[in-house]
Design a protein around this ligand. Structure first.
Ligand code: MG
Length: 337
């Protein structure tokens, strides 16, 4: 049996990136119940990928799992779900995550253990600083004190001013995410050449995914690594990025869940691409799900649950920026009481 509920997640600060701003982020929590075991999943829609709460509800209305008597047939069920409609990847992720959680609980094992991953190999997660006034950015830098790596959103007119301000406050490593905000390659080049002198670790999605040739032009002229985010959702997107990006940001909500994310990690590693695990604004369900794969990642950007004030669930914990995976079965999440 499948149940869904909609939650309004309240953001600590209005969350502004190059294309949007929001104070509340809606998400859907999925509960898959079978043989008295409940698996939790989450679908956090992004308009960038043509999804909303309504599209997720419509997708779930079309879903009928009655033909599948045994949820342990995970691959068969997920293949079936994938064929219901194209796109709808956060909706698909919601089911994929819930089934994986159910499967882990049924077998009494946490997913990372089931996949024989090592808890000790987890990269430090970055903490996101959204676009804001310079005063608020200073406040956010102070609030982020316990996080050793910052991910700074750029892609606006005063990008250099933002980084200059932050560099006056801290010498922590900074990762920049332009969220497709730079549209003219020559201007982007000038910004990146300046950023290269500011101890920036890499740049995520400097230009729109539709301008891949411009991104290649840029990549050929700079030293700083590029990580693809909006340019890559699923396995089939990876091939075209070779020689243009140095790594990919995998998010369960873009990929359609853990199953596809694992396939992507294998393929990207074969091509020598670095792996980043990222997220949308999500509760501890989505974050704990992605965190199961962290031992396979080079970079972690799993802070969506830290940016909200009313997470209805608890799961992974953070110690000095390192996510601590739970030994509890499945995702290791539970409802907050
Ligand atoms: Mg990004």
């Amino acid at each position: 049996m499948l149940r869904i509920s909609i939650y309004d997640l309240i953001l600590r600060h209005t969350f502004t990136i190059s294309r949007s701003a929001k104070k509340i982020s809606q998400t859907i929590i999925v509960e898959f119940e079978h043989e008295n075991v409940i698996g939790y999943g989450e679908a956090s829609p992004s308009p960038r990928y043509n999804e909303s709460i309504d599209t997720i509800k419509l997708f779930y209305d079309k879903l009928n799992l009655d033909d599948f008597k045994d949820p342990l047939n995970l691959d068969d069920i997920l293949c079936h779900i994938n064929k219901i409609a194209s796109g709808n990847y956060s909706a698909k992720a919601g089911i994929d995550i819930a089934l994986h959680d159910w499967f882990g609980k049924k077998e009494g094992v946490s997913l990372w253990k089931k996949w024989k991953l090592q808890k000790s190999k987890i990269p430090i997660t970055s903490f996101t600083i959204g676009i804001d006034s310079l005063d608020i950015i200073s406040q956010k830098i102070a609030e982020a004190e316990k996080y050793p790596i910052l991910k700074v959103k750029l892609g606006v007119d005063n990008d250099l001013e933002i980084i200059s301000k932050i560099r006056k406050l801290t010498d922590k490593p900074i990762r920049v995410d332009a969220n497709e905000g730079w549209k003219i390659k020559e201007e982007a080049l000038q910004k990146i050449l300046w950023l290269e002198k500011q101890n920036i670790e890499f740049i995520e999605q400097p230009m729109p995914s539709s301008q891949l040739a411009d991104i290649k032009w840029l990549h050929d002229r700079v030293k700083i690594p590029f990580i693809a985010d909006e340019s890559v959702s699923r396995l089939e997107d990876i091939n075209k990025l070779i020689g243009i990006f140095d790594g990919i940001n995998i998010k369960l909500m873009k990929a359609g869940g853990l199953r596809e994310a694992i396939r992507m990690i294998g393929q990207a590693k074969e091509f020598g691409l670095k792996i980043m695990l990222g997220c949308m604004i999500e509760t501890s369900i989505g974050i704990s799900a992605a965190a199961q794969l962290l031992p396979l990642a080079d970079y972690a950007d799993l802070d969506g649950n830290l940016l909200i004030t009313n997470d209805p669930f608890e799961g992974v914990k953070y110690e000095d920026g390192i996510l601590i995976l739970s030994d509890e079965p499945g995702l290791g999440v539970r409802k907050r009481t």
